[in-house]
Design a protein around this ligand. Structure first.
Ligand code: GLA
Length: 388
């Protein structure tokens, strides 16, 4: 990523100084440690923000025009805040427009802006580059227009931007952690109440290693929506079957699943089983982390992977190979796919003394098996969005 002063220079060369309020902001990507496909089931997740991020420089204008320049695509797009329409040519613009649209729908008045942004979060890798772009835009607009939008409200409006404007039916996890992440901590988010608990990743001996499978496929959105529908079907069944209130799979216990799940059968049972057991794994994982019991934490990560692979069926050959290879290495306590699945990354818990050989060995073996060069990122938990 370029230095701030270089970015400021590029900004000044491109846009004339309006003399109005300006600033530089960032929002990070994320990796989810455990709690996958639980957020849209009102469940629990445990992500952390990573050091890779989007940086956004902006200055207010005295009209309602937006001039947005993507440094990475080397492309400038101009539009009016009074006329926000989907841009099928420049997909990235829709994240900005969606956020602006949602903020305006909340009845805030916002001024036009000149914007430049750049980032180092790999796209389509399941590390939430889109959520980071949304949150960076919301944070920039909020600060420069002095709107004072509360952090959770901001995460929610970014999620609505993605759901409604961009048209991706995601849950709240990615925007939430990009806005509220805290250095040295993972966040356990309760996706029903939208409250969170900080969970320190305090053990100096272990590192979080992300392996990028470098697989790109388009399947994700349609399969994601299918899983959401299957969960809805399971909710309907349990709502009719159990004699208490069931609004989401969050409300079904493992015992109830074991007792009644048989009647549900087939695919729907397996989808429900993943979500219900995964929620439980998050809670156990959080208390393991609090007790500095990383062995248990690692085991739960691996169990999560098996459940995502077998019951939820959102893994793929490459992610399975990466997990399998990871688990064969020295100093590894656990490994799993992370994010929506079908492509993207795995996350592994690796002893710091073994990190270099881990990366070297997995890279080599992955290449031998798939012919693909993977990338690895070692990261500690970073802060959520802020001013640079
Ligand atoms: C994507 C979505 C999140 C979440 C994960 C799966 O990253 O954006 O809301 O559902 O998939 O856990």
């Amino acid at each position: 990523m370029r230095e701030l002063k270089d970015l400021q220079q590029i900004f000044r060369d491109r846009f004339p100084d309006t003399g109005l309020k300006e600033g530089a902001f960032f929002a990070p990507g994320r990796v989810n440690l455990i709690g996958e496909h639980t957020d849209y089931n009102d469940g629990f997740v445990l992500p952390m923000a990573i050091e890779k991020k989007i940086c956004m420089l902006a200055q207010l204008r005295d009209d309602r025009e937006i001039r947005a320049y993507s440094l990475d695509f080397d492309k400038e797009v101009v539009f009016s805040l009074l006329d926000l329409e989907f841009d099928s040519e420049n997909m990235w613009v829709n994240y900005l427009k969606g956020v602006m649209d949602e903020i305006q729908k909340m009845d805030y008045y916002i001024s036009g802006m000149n914007i430049l942004f750049t980032g180092d979060i790999p796209k389509g890798a399941g590390l939430s580059s889109s959520a980071a772009l949304e949150v960076a835009a919301a944070y920039t607009i909020d600060t420069l227009n002095e709107l004072d939008i509360k952090p959770v409200e901001m995460a929610l409006l970014c999620q609505r931007a993605e759901n409604k404007f961009v048209g991706v039916n995601c849950g709240i996890m990615d925007q939430y952690i990009s806005r509220l992440g805290k250095k040295d901590n993972a966040l356990m988010i309760d996706c029903r109440t939208n409250e969170y608990e900080l969970v320190p990743l305090a053990n100096e001996d272990y590192r979080i290693v992300i392996c990028n499978s470098m697989v790109e496929r388009g399947l994700v959105d349609s399969e994601y929506n299918k899983r959401r529908e299957e969960c809805e079907k399971a909710v309907e069944f349990f709502r009719d079957t159990l004699n208490h209130r069931v609004e989401a799979l969050r409300d079904v216990s493992i015992e109830e699943l074991e007792e009644k799940g048989g009647e549900l059968g087939g695919i729907t049972l397996r989808r429900a089983r993943h979500v219900i057991t995964e929620n439980n794994r998050v809670l156990v994982a959080v208390s393991a982390l609090r007790n500095n019991d990383l062995e248990t934490f690692g085991k739960l990560m691996t169990e999560s992977h098996l459940s995502l692979r077998g019951d939820y069926e959102v893994s793929c050959k490459e992610l399975d190979i990466l997990v399998e290879l990871a688990l064969k290495q020295r100093g590894v306590l656990g490994s799993r796919m992370t994010g929506a699945g079908f492509r993207g990354c795995t996350v592994s818990l690796v002893h710091r003394d073994n990190v270099s050989e881990f990366i070297e060995n997995v890279k080599k073996a992955y290449y031998q098996e798939t012919g693909i060069e993977m990338e690895a990122y070692v990261t500690t938990p970073a802060d959520g969005a802020g001013e640079i």
